[in-house]
Design a protein around this ligand. Structure first.
Ligand code: HEM
Length: 357
């Protein structure tokens, strides 16, 4: 596309101008050089829920509230000390997944569902020290009230094309009912942690063991807590489980690569169980994960950005409030001339390339 239309082009989607960035170099200009001006968020109509949007981290522009949330996240929730303190929980939750899969040996298992559940439990323990997913044979797609299905539903509804995104004049009317359905799921999902939040609020002490303690210590109200919980459970398990599924699928298709990964695991682990501390000694496994992420990025267009002011990038004018979609980062493949010039890589899994980079 970049060969024909240049690295940056404008498309009119309904009444909305949308800038398409289609080479890695143009993506660098937008996301790095002009990051401050191009860091606004373009919020999809279906996600503009009144209970949530005011306190959102994901959909917030770079304002004071966003800076406060980032500071709390960096210094208190995802600080090296907190991450280290919770490593045993992550190891325990992965152990539970392995045990469940072992009990299913010889049977067909929908792996992604259980990986998603494991990630929900890992994040559930970061957020409020409890599990949200139960391993069971009838943990199927049909149960509409379990958190994984409510969250999946919200993501599907929120990303479905909404006429109001192309013609904002229809926003209030919610013609497809997408916003109403998303809101209804959000209200149901909030009920799943309401009891935990209320109980902790009543029995507060000075111990800080999870994200809920940190938010209560910073006097966050229920609406703020709900928004941040949702934004941990929403994007986290979906992106991570999709990535893990792709790593497994690429390795299964590449017997030579899976043999190298097995050899590395045998050498480093021997008969012992894997711990997070083993990860630095497993460069080939890490290279396979990086390669799967390059070939199958979980968010190929990133989140839509918005220019908060008009600006000039590589000689092109980006109008104020224009949506910016980045397909250039997803095409990045540092080793091919083709991708440098804007062509998408269709190479197979080449972990050796990730090892060198
Ligand atoms: C393979 C895993 C993941 C991928 C590919 C991914 C991808 C992304 C992308 C592309 C963005 C938008 C960046 C931007 O354009 O500004 C983003 C933002 C975000 N992600 Fe993830 N993510 C992953 C895992 C997670 C996890 C595990 C969590 C939760 C613990 C999470 C929570 C968030 C939040 C809260 C934001 C908004 C940050 C902000 O605006 O300051 N993500 N992610």
């Amino acid at each position: 596309m970049a060969h024909t239309y240049g690295p940056i082009m404008i498309l009119w989607l309904g009444t909305q101008p949308t800038v398409i960035v289609s080479t890695p170099q143009a993506a660098m200009e937008i996301l790095n050089t002009n990051d401050r001006i191009c860091s606004g968020r373009c919020i999809r109509s279906s996600f503009r829920l009144k209970h949530h949007i005011k306190y959102s981290l994901v959909w917030s522009d770079c304002n004071d509230y966003w800076k406060l949330l980032r500071k709390i996240a960096r210094n208190e929730i995802f600080s090296p000390k907190m991450l280290q303190a919770q490593s045993h929980v992550r190891e325990q939750k992965v152990g539970e997944l392995v045990e469940y899969l072992r009990s299913k040996e010889g049977q067909v298992v929908k792996l992604t569902q259980f990986v998603f559940g494991t990630l929900l439990n890992i994040l559930g323990n970061v957020v409020c020290s409890r599990d949200f997913f139960v391993y069971s044979d009838d943990n199927d797609d049909g149960n509409k009230d379990v958190i994984q299905n409510l969250i999946r539903d919200m993501l599907i509804l929120g990303t479905e094309p909404n006429i109001a995104d192309f013609y904002p004049i229809f926003d209030e009317l919610d013609l497809q009912g997408l916003k109403r359905k998303c809101d209804e799921r959000f209200l149901r999902v909030m009920k799943l942690w309401k009891g935990t939040v209320n109980e902790r609020r009543e029995k507060r002490n000075d111990d800080t063991k999870d994200m809920l303690d940190v938010l209560l210590a910073n006097d966050f109200n229920d609406a703020q807590i709900n928004a941040l919980f949702l934004e941990t459970f929403g994007p986290g398990p979906e992106t991570s489980s999709a990535t893990i599924e792709w790593v497994m699928s690429e390795l299964i298709k590449n017997p030579k690569e899976i043999a190298k990964v097995r050899k590395e695991l045998d050498e480093v682990l021997g008969a012992s169980t894997m711990k997070e501390s083993h990860l630095p000694q497993l460069p080939y496994l890490q290279a396979c994960i990086k390669e799967a992420m390059r070939l199958h990025p979980a968010t190929p267009l990133l989140l839509p950005h918005r220019a908060i002011e008009a600006c000039e990038v590589m000689g092109y004018t980006i109008p104020k409030d224009c949506q910016i979609l980045d397909i250039g980062t997803g095409c990045a493949c540092p080793s091919t001339e083709d991708s440098k010039n804007g062509g998408c890589s269709t190479l197979p899994l080449v972990p050796a390339m990730a090892l060198k980079s």
